[in-house]
Design a protein around this ligand. Structure first.
Ligand code: ZN
Length: 99
């Protein structure tokens, strides 16, 4: 095995979570997308066409985003409670003991 002479510092793309509003590595966040058909859904690939918003992979952030209406604001589209519920079901429950 050869060691690399110089470590290349790769810039990590940061995105702001619409829940806690912290900047995080794009890969740690879930992308929500408003599809051209006007449906808001989770985009697991991060590649769907449409306006996107990023959120941490936890329910507390979704709750915060919903309360502050930040999903609507970032996607510039109304989000029905049904969609929110669906998103909620797809997000894991917050880990207990998380600091
Ligand atoms: Zn968050």
């Amino acid at each position: 095995m050869r060691k690399m002479g110089k470590m290349k510092r790769r810039k990590v793309p940061l995105r702001t979570c619409i829940g806690c509003q912290e900047q995080k590595n794009k890969k740690e966040l879930i992308r929500l997308v408003r599809t051209p058909a006007g449906i808001v859904e989770i985009d697991p690939t991060g590649k769907k066409a449409g306006r996107g918003a990023y959120i941490c992979n936890k329910r507390s952030c979704l709750e915060k985003a919903v309360k502050a209406k930040r999903i609507e604001k970032s996607l510039r589209h109304e989000v029905s409670p049904l969609v929110v519920q669906e998103l909620m079901d797809q997000l894991p429950e917050d880990e207990i003991g998380e600091e």
